[in-house]
Design a protein around this ligand. Structure first.
Ligand SMILES: Cc1cc2nc3c(=O)[nH]c(=O)nc-3n(C[C@H](O)[C@H](O)[C@H](O)COP(=O)(O)O)c2cc1C
Length: 361
């Protein structure tokens, strides 16, 4: 994806240089230009955010989770979630559900949107999903998985992937068993959030376990969990056995996280407050093209502006100001003022503060 259409020549040049350093990866039948992928996140990973992240170096992206039943009922809002931006070439659509026939039917509809792959959500810990047997509840029912995967795989002609947790709870860690079943049914790769379902978002992702699971895995593994800033990503990339890494909350606060790990230590490359402002302008323009309802556009814009501002000086006051705006134009105006006045200030995120400790995977 080219950047010169979107950014100033200075920012484009940095982005292109760093993108040229990423290592290509082949995960089963699926190719990505970088081993750093955007994790699926509900209410965040719409097509505008996905394009933004791919423009800024994500090797691939995954949609937010979409209900197989919503798809099959032809629910208008749900079907809209299957729309891709024409610029998207490396994205997967994630679906969730408990029933093989419904999932297969939904996957066939999803395929018409021409994503690169279909991903099955097997990590969602949310009670409403789990109580119906979907999301991470699928991990508890490994006997059903072979038939479940087979039905969905047979319904489509594009690759199928899964995203799991390490297990239901600490006494039933079964990621390796699930991976072996997935291998038998032609799944291309497995993304693993390094927590159990009962852990929800508490504690830390267990990277020792993820590395161990990978070392015995017959399938490519995408490791995920708690890679919140560029040094955590760089350090993990340097030592990991995993074939790729998936980042969720990190890019929400720092959209340059897919590029920063590729800055050499002796180089004087950094991203200024003005660069973040350029990212916000592009995000706003992409949402304009996505033809969103104005109120939804404004809500999305405000929350992302405030997340991107985290770690810059005076962010608490700015957050209040931004959330008081009532139109996207006003939200952009306060963002222009705030980021425009930051000049050479550096972003410094406090990793000790918990950030979005809840989600659907
Ligand atoms: C707000 C939010 C929404 C999420 N939605 C999904 C989802 O729709 N599907 C999914 O598989 N995982 C979902 N997740 C889980 C993330 O994909 C990821 O596994 C998790 O956040 C750990 O990665 P991180 O520490 O890099 O954020 C969500 C997480 C958050 C914070």
């Amino acid at each position: 994806m080219q950047n010169h259409r979107f950014f100033s020549p200075e920012l484009s040049q940095k982005v292109e240089l760093l993108k040229s350093r990423t290592k290509k990866v082949q995960l089963g039948a699926i190719h990505f230009d970088s081993p750093l992928l955007l994790a699926p996140m509900s209410a965040i990973c719409n097509s505008s955010f996905r394009v933004l992240m791919e423009t800024l170096g994500a090797g691939g992206t995954v949609s937010e989770l979409v209900s197989c039943h919503g798809i099959n009922y032809g629910n208008e809002r749900t079907l809209k979630m299957l729309d891709l931006n024409p610029l998207e070439k490396n994205m997967g659509i994630q679906i969730f559900g408990e029933n093989a026939i419904s999932m297969a039917k939904a996957a066939r509809i999803v395929e018409k949107s021409q994503p690169k792959f279909v991903d099955i959500n097997m990590g969602c810990p949310v009670r409403k999903v789990v109580n119906n047997g979907g999301g991470s509840a699928l991990l508890k029912d490994s006997k059903k998985l072979s038939g479940f995967f087979k039905s969905i795989k047979n319904a489509i002609n594009i690759p199928l992937t899964i995203k799991i947790r390490t297990g239901w709870d600490v006494d039933s860690i079964n990621a390796s068993e699930v991976i072996n079943i997935a291998k038998g049914e032609g799944i291309e790769f497995v993304s693993i959030h390094g927590r159990t379902r009962t852990q929800q978002y508490k504690g830390s992702a267990n990277w020792d376990l993820l590395e161990k699971i990978k070392s015995n895995s017959p399938l490519p593994i995408v490791g995920n969990g708690d890679l919140h800033n560029e040094s955590q990503v760089r350090n993990r990339l340097a030592i990991t056995n995993c074939d790729a890494l998936m980042l969720g909350r990190g890019p929400v606060r720092d959209p340059f996280i897919f590029l920063k790990p590729f800055i050499n230590t002796d180089e004087n490359i950094s991203f200024s407050a003005n660069d973040y402002l350029e990212v916000i302008r592009l995000f706003n323009a992409l949402m304009e093209e996505q033809d969103m309802r104005p109120r939804h556009h404004m809500i999305q814009l405000r929350k992302h502006i405030v997340w991107f501002a985290q770690g810059f000086p005076g962010v608490a006051k700015f957050r209040q100001l931004c959330f008081q705006t009532n139109t996207k134009e006003d939200a952009m105006r306060v963002a222009e003022d705030y980021f425009g006045n930051l000049q050479r200030a550096q972003k410094n995120i406090n990793l000790d503060e918990s950030f979005m400790a809840g989600g659907h995977g």
